[in-house]
Ligand binder design. Structure first.
Ligand code: NAI
Ligand code: MG
Length: 488
């Protein structure tokens, strides 16, 4: 179905280790989700490949990169941002082919956000500072002079998901590189191509060999080897809670630092006084952007009973108005899901929704065509204790739930194992702040969805993860604090 292919010149499929592109003993098949065809055979890194990449990262840390001052690290990050901008069209095509998303979407989010992230952290690179701290002195015998230093954590393993791979890789690379760390990046099996292209840009920008190594491969092989490796200091992971839990347990053996971003079941709370039109547009975007394969997707739509039928009907219409199809057709607003596995998973949840008694308002099936498509789907009258309200579906499926009071809305919003994001739709400033204070989520948006920015900390509460990425919090998560005391 897809008419576009990848020019060989834009296709990178090998491992990047110590500044060299090298083959692996084995490959895995990377598919085009829009028609199921083979896009590329990509190097499947082994434990030995991961080990070589970790050694290269350690050598760069002890060598050229470790000796690169902050201002020069910042200049390299700015150069990388320029190169991503230059290659925006190539990257958008790679993302659309690899993930199945409409080709215009990377230009709306992934690429500008990646560029902004590298620029934001370029700015921090020469501004990471410690403090001088007065103390009572040394055992009453001598005065002291104490100061703190923020040092890089060391070698960081970055494990990336397939939904917005370039952008999430940037969220890990930006702060880690600004703070002087080196990395081994493990892209997801379903979508490694944009990150491999980024590897060519990292080389072109002139980062010292071994600063960033990229080892695509299977999660249980390459990912596992990275998490187990004794010389990796930290794992930064974005993906499912199940793998996140496994990573944290495994990382405990070697006392690695771990940050986890594990998705959510984020509420969209439509209060009685909401601007309904704005809310419906924002909710539709929060459900259908990137096929709903978004960690912060606003999938539980809590609506005040006075607006309930209006919102249900409008969301059904918004779902039906989506144009499902070829990611390279300009009219398309909703592409394919990333894999047959994800399509099956999403269809399985839709069947559970029907079986558990929710009212199907729109969608609910796959079109009869090749590719891993699922129609945009809205369920109304959903019980918050049912499966489709509790589990992350990671597809274009919304669950609408009515409420009568603000207290009830807050109670339902928080009745979930997740806590990544929440949106509140209201025109009452006081109510906005009151509800924002009570919702347990790492990010609360009022009258908008996914108002993200590299300057703002990002991460979840509860099962949505541990730690924060981005902003100054991203620098803190990528540094160790050392105190130096001189007995005078
Ligand atoms: P996953 O959690 O299995 O994969 C994420 C990354 O972890 C991939 O790079 C994978 O290769 C790697 N991985 C897998 N096993 C590993 C291991 N033993 N050690 C180290 N790394 C390992 O996610 P999957 O199966 O692709 O998607 C399943 C569900 O996870 C989705 O339906 C969605 O609900 C959720 N998810 C959430 C994301 C988010 O942004 N928070 C992103 C992707 C998936
Ligand atoms: Mg793919």
């Amino acid at each position: 179905m897809t008419t576009t292919t990848i020019p060989q010149a834009d296709l990178t499929t090998n491992l990047l280790i110590d500044g060299e592109w090298v083959e692996a003993a084995e490959t895995f098949d990377d598919l085009n989700p829009a028609d199921g065809s083979l896009l590329a055979r990509v190097a499947a890194g082994s434990a030995a490949d991961v080990d070589r990449a970790v050694r290269a990262a350690r050598a760069a840390l002890d060598g050229a990169w470790g000796a690169t001052p902050g201002v020069a690290r910042g200049a390299l990050l700015n150069k990388l941002a320029d190169l991503v901008e230059r290659d925006a069209a190539i990257i958008a095509r790679l993302e659309a082919l690899d993930i199945g998303k409409p080709v215009a979407q990377p230009g709306m989010l992934d690429i500008p956000n990646t560029v902004a992230t590298f620029r934001h952290f370029a700015g921090w690179a020469d501004k990471i500072q410690g403090a001088t701290i007065p103390t009572a002195g040394y055992l009453g015998m001598a005065a002291t002079h104490s100061y703190t230093v923020r040092e890089p954590v060391g070698v960081i393993g970055a494990i990336i998901p397939w939904n917005t791979p370039l952008m999430i890789a940037a969220w890990k690379l930006g702060p880690a590189l600004a703070a002087g760390n080196t990395l081994v990046v493990k892209p997801a099996e379903d979508a490694p191509l944009s990150i491999l292209h980024l590897g060519t840009l990292i080389e072109e920008a002139g980062f010292p060999a071994g600063t960033v190594n990229i080892v695509p491969g299977l999660g249980p092989v390459a990912g596992q080897a990275l998490v187990e490796h004794a010389d990796v200091d930290k794992i930064s992971f974005t993906g499912s809670p199940e793998i996140g839990r496994h990573i944290q347990k495994t990382a405990a053996d070697t006392f690695k630092r771990v940050t986890l971003e594990l998705g959510g079941k984020s509420p969209q709370i439509v209060l009685e006084d909401a601007n309904v039109e704005a809310a419906i547009n924002g909710i539709a975007m929060g459900l259908f952007f990137n096929q709903g394969e978004v960690c912060a997707a606003g999938t539980r739509i809590l609506v005040h009973r006075s607006l309930y039928e209006t919102v249900v009907e409008a969301l059904g219409q918004a779902a039906d108005a989506q144009v499902l199809g070829d990611p390279f057709d300009e009219a398309t607003t909703l592409g394919a899901l990333v894999s047959a596995k994800q399509q099956e998973r999403v269809l399985g949840y839709i069947e559970k929704g029907k079986a558990e008694g929710a009212r199907l308002v729109a969608g609910g099936t796959s079109p009869d065509q090749p590719g891993f498509f699922v129609r945009p789907t809205i369920f109304a009258d959903v019980d918050n204790s049912s499966t489709i309200a509790r589990e992350e579906i990671f597809g274009p499926v919304g669950a609408v739930i009515p409420f009568d009071t603000v207290e009830e809305a807050i109670q339902i919003a928080n009745d979930t194992r997740y806590g990544l994001a929440a949106t509140i739709w209201t025109q009452d400033v006081s109510l906005a702040h009151t509800v924002a204070a009570k919702v347990r989520a790492g990010a609360v948006w009022v009258n908008g969805w996914a108002a993200i920015d590299p300057a703002l900390p990002w991460g979840g509460m509860k099962a949505s993860g541990i730690g924060r990425e981005l902003g100054w919090s991203g620098i803190l998560a990528n540094t160790e604090e050392k105190v130096v005391t001189i007995v005078l």
